[in-house]
Ligand binder design. Sequence first.
Ligand SMILES: Cc1cc2nc3c(=O)[nH]c(=O)nc-3n(C[C@H](O)[C@H](O)[C@H](O)COP(=O)(O)OP(=O)(O)OC[C@H]3O[C@@H](n4cnc5c(N)ncnc54)[C@H](O)[C@@H]3O)c2cc1C
Length: 541
Amino acid sequence: MPPTLKTDVIISGAGPTGLALACQLVRYEVDFIIIDKAAGVTPYSKALGVHARTLEIYEQLGLAQKAVEQGTIAGKVRLLERGEVLGQVELSNIGKGLSAYPFMLVLEQSRNEQLMYDWLKEHGQDVLWQTELEGFSQDATTVTAQVKVRSAESQTIAGKYLVGCDGPHSPVRHALGLAFEGSTFERLFYVADVVIDWKFTHDALTVCLAPHGVVAFFPMPGEKRWRIVGAFPEGHEKDEHEILYEEIEAQIKKEAQLELDITRVDWFSTYKVHTRHVDKFSAGRCFVAGDAAHIHTPAGGQGMNTGIQDAYNLAWKLALVLKHSAQPQILDTYNEERLPNAKRLTATTDRMFNLAAGKDWFVGLIRTTIFPPLAKYILSIEAVRKKFFILISQIGISYRAGSLSLHEIGGNGGDDEFEVKAGDRLPYFEIDGKNIYERLHTPKFHLLMFSDGAAVGGKLKVSSDDGAGFLGGEKEANATEARYAELVDCHLIPLDPNVAGIFGTDKPFDLLLRPDNYIGFISSDMSGNSLSKYFARLFDQ
Ligand SMILES: Cc1cc2nc3c(=O)[nH]c(=O)nc-3n(C[C@H](O)[C@H](O)[C@H](O)COP(=O)(O)OP(=O)(O)OC[C@H]3O[C@@H](n4cnc5c(N)ncnc54)[C@H](O)[C@@H]3O)c2cc1C
């Protein structure tokens, strides 16, 4: 047997979740080995929707622009019933002012994976393809994994941590004995990527409402290319693998009641929809992420995006422990933050999915009679459009109740109107016409000091913007604080009326952003001392 390979983090699975984790670990200069039993990135389109939060993460890798150039922006939703257009709702700029990416991008999973894989290779890393995790054991310091290389040779990999990004049938989840409870929809669903000749323009998500469900047509990159998603009625006798494409096309035409000519079929598949999540995202030195931890209905296109964000949440915590000797307990906050999110996600996608595909006669009635006029009206209301975008784009995910969130505004004589809280993602805003996120690409904490010019926020004083030690000039500075200072970049931000409106205060304040651009600590009275206390929670017992 070849000698044992040694690393800090073993990543099992190089789908979107595993690749996203690997990219983040490169940013933090953490040593890892990523394996996958497949021969390369998926050739299948699978997930199509790339949401704003994912694009914000891609931006830090320099991939957002490339993704947007390769994809298609979903311009509108068009509702149809019995072949007649009931209405159209504009979508192209639905999240204006909420993100630098105020839209839903359509870009196949295969291309997302390729983008991340190419990035990894450009940064001197590669996946060990055709390398299958067969088993592993863990003790107080090490995880030892047995892998099979190219279906023959065995190899041992020893790491400090193991992350199972190995999909819905996750061997890591099984070996850890994590529960994966939930349910399975009875009906059989189909998906087909095709070229269609018909009268409709290629810029709208086209949804045909029918008593038994919906047939949805998603415009894909490429001329006249569409993804069609729908379901067979209940009681369909055939099993997942027995269905011929012809049966799918017949079902599409029957349900959609449209004149359409499908001239090419690139890919089709049938599947059962499951909705499940683990009871815990980790056990000992092992973690699960992405589909290994949660699977749900395709409503809202959340799966791939959620996996990428699981990885994003875990990566900086692993880096802090492995590179900066943070307390390993910080890794518990991965479960603390991502498990409630997985629970919310499965519940919300179930509700959306039930409206789209529920078998109940009453749901069918709502779908075909009450929903269409209401949807058009509701989605024309600005506040509702905003809420919808915040939900779908995943920018609204918050960890307010988490132990890494410290909020010192309001209550003690502070400003109760303050709208943004510790645990929230940093709201998007522009300074001098530039996206604030562009200043936050360094993989560090960022201290944002919002000042009206009269005083630097709170009690903090800095010698200059962007990178001057965050306690420069502060009397209380000492060696401990200097230790934390190397983890933080500082930024002075003018508290202009737009920023004041977003945060709900025109008084100076400071916030400490975690490396994943979530607010860790927010205060109108931040001092070097209080910052040190915040860091002490991460580094000292
Ligand atoms: C038809 C369809 C449409 C979808 N549409 C959307 C959508 O619009 N939006 C969205 O966000 N999501 C969508 N999804 C869901 C999305 O595809 C998944 O959520 C996503 O693939 C999860 O990524 P992952 O990396 O967690 O898991 P996977 O993509 O399943 O990757 C797991 C990887 O682990 C590897 N692996 C497994 N076992 C082992 C082992 N023992 N050793 C080594 N490697 C192993 C596999 O080879 C695989 O490469 C869709 C899925 C399908 C099937």
